[in-house]
Write a protein that binds this ligand. Structure first.
Ligand code: HEC
Length: 259
């Protein structure tokens, strides 16, 4: 058997050490080394090999011999051609696999505004949502403006005591805590929200919060709290009036098409 050249030996040592760092350490001690640490070690190994082969002139010449032969000798033409084709191909493959961004598809499609249930249990009461459930105080807007204003003011109080730190001072979903949540708190200034849903939809969302979302809306980790434990029915209807008065958007009414 032909003796291995010094160059091939060095190459083998390098590859074996790389495999050791890359796969062996990780699987034996179950701590995979970070890529940056691996490349640091490989740099040191390369340096050690170069120092080893270059301390003596003879050894260095012996090390470079196969390289020179491959580059210059006539009988090594095939090897030369193969290398000159392979090296750029490998580089191309490596840079392509690094650069091609891997698009992560969303794990599951989710519905941001699922259909509300047909009825909900509010504390001990059952409130139907399919019938024409209206905000019980909405009619005051026409019938008794003073009383209506009092409900809106109560809604404002409820909002700034409970909701603004997520949904924002300006109801734009930019509250102090907003950036910590995914999905983010609803932005009521967005024309796609209030005008598209009935007040009963908001009653449901506010009273049951994130935990009350149906499976269609999973996998949400909605931070929206369950307000039925803290607010009265009247306070929830009032805060809904406030949302619409403040933004100027009117919730949909039954029978009316989405805007
Ligand atoms: C801890 C943060 C937090 C607080 C406090 C909070 N919300 Fe939310 N709210 C959210 C998040 C997050 C969402 C979006 C995810 C979802 O729909 O459940 C949301 C969604 C909503 C929705 C649904 C909007 C839609 O487009 O479907 C309504 C209505 C709502 N909040 C009203 C309120 C009201 C009223 C209060 C105060 C009584 C309040 N929220 C307090 C975090 C909060």
């Amino acid at each position: 058997m032909q003796r291995l050249s010094l160059f091939t030996k060095c190459l083998i040592i390098f590859v074996v050490l790389w495999l050791f760092l890359r796969f062996f350490i990780g699987s034996v001690w179950s701590v995979p080394l970070p890529a940056s640490v691996i490349s640091m070690y490989l740099g040191l190994i390369l340096l050690a090999i170069l120092v080893h082969v270059s301390v003596e002139d003879d050894r260095f010449r012996e090390f470079l011999r196969p390289v020179k032969e491959t580059l210059a000798d006539d009988d090594r033409r095939t090897r030369r051609t193969v290398l000159f084709v392979l090296i750029p191909l490998v580089m191309l493959g490596l840079s392509f696999s690094r650069l091609s961004t891997k698009a992560d598809p969303p794990a599951v499609l989710r519905t941001a505004h699922p259909a509300p249930p047909t009825e909900l249990e509010y504390r001990d009461k059952v409130i139907g949502l399919t019938q024409e459930v209206e905000n019980p105080f909405r009619h005051l807007e026409k019938d008794d403006t003073e009383a209506f204003k009092a409900h809106v003011d109560n809604g404002r109080r409820v909002y700034y005591q409970n909701c603004f730190y997520c949904h924002g001072d300006d109801l734009d979903g930019e509250g102090h805590f907003a950036h910590g949540f995914n999905p983010p708190p609803a932005n009521f200034q967005d024309p796609g929200i209030i005008p598209n849903y009935q007040e009963s939809f908001f009653f449901w969302r506010i009273s049951k919060g994130g935990p009350g979302l149906p499976p269609a809306a999973t996998p949400w980790d909605s931070a929206m709290p369950v307000w039925e434990d803290h607010l009265t029915e009247e306070e929830i209807w009032d805060v809904i009036l406030f949302l619409s008065e403040y933004t100027g958007y009117r919730p949909r009414t039954f029978g009316e098409a989405a805007h």
